[in-house]
Write a protein that binds this ligand. Sequence first.
Ligand code: ADP
Length: 387
Amino acid sequence: MDDESNRVGLRGIVIDVTERKRAEDALRESEELYRTLVKTSPDAVTATDLEGRITEVSQRTLELYGFEHTDELLGKNSIDFITPEHRERAILNLQKTVSEGIVRNLEYNMLKNDGSRFIGELSASLIKDQHGNPKGFIATTRDITERKKLEEMRSNFINVAAHEIRTPVSAIKAHVDLLNIKRERGLLELPDEAHKTLGIITRNMTGLITLINNLLDFTRLEAGKVGVKMELSSIEFQASQAIKEILPLATKKDHQIDLHLPTGLPPMMMDEDLMKAILKNLLSNAIKYTPEGGSINVVIQEEGDCIHITVKDTGVGIPKEDLDKIFRPFHVVDISGSVLERSYIERTGLGLAITKEYVKMHDGSIWVESRIGEGSTFHVLFPIKAR
Ligand code: ADP
């Protein structure tokens, strides 16, 4: 009996050791694979431990920071490559990577080996060991200094051009407004053709002014010149105001707008002007991209620590491949072939890009669900206590 149990025990140990060896081999292999991937990546990839000390780098990282050999970088703290004014934010973002697993497109002023500066765009993921415990980070860095310079030049150019255009356009608008007022009051008789032309000029003038204002808002945003004044305020009030201001547009197209609100929504931290701009933009898109006689539903709900707003329309919808792109500046969806193909719609492709930035300023997020021909639902989620 004793013999039997010994043997069984012995066999157990042999199995244990084999299993452990297999696990160790697998671990070593995956470690090697991971190191090879980092080393050979065409991007500037840096692996670090949890304190940010560098454990592996790719060739591109050496070039980016101006080093010759990997050894010169191993053991250095990656935070030291970020300029002092951005270090505190970088440490906070490292903590965020631990809690969220991944952070994307962070911008920092960074330092090269020779002390020169560049603007880096950094994305980082948390790496875990075989037990699922955080073990370090893997980050890719891009030098976006040139891109930033070009963006700044483009932004300045658009800003100056829009300002220059606004002055004469405002003067023309004032004259057109005057003609319209005189005609409405019966002080001006116009032949049919001139009346029609005045209508076309007025409509296009409004479109042009929207475009100029959007361009100016956009460049102000890009230049970081939009100030945010956060205060406790009622989302219910802002939504009602936004609907009230946009109602004439909806009435013109015979749309029905419904607002659904639970009673007792808590006040939330917001910039009132920006919040109203967010809501008005989503509403005006819903109106624009819905054929006459449609319905638009606005629902505001409290969800945990957040306020969730949805704006749903019965419009033309957005193709799947455009769902992300519509939040990029100047992206407009091809609506030829839709029922709106022949309608006059003011389009700049800037409204949602601006809206997205305003949402970000509230630490919120925005996304859309849509079906072609059935309609779209825009979602915005705001933390009640943002900042
Ligand atoms: P604009 O409406 O001035 O073109 P936006 O940035 O507001 O610019 O929107 C970008 C594009 O997204 C629009 O051109 C349109 O194609 C699409 N879009 C936005 N909202 C809707 C909507 N509610 N329904 C269908 N398409 C939409």
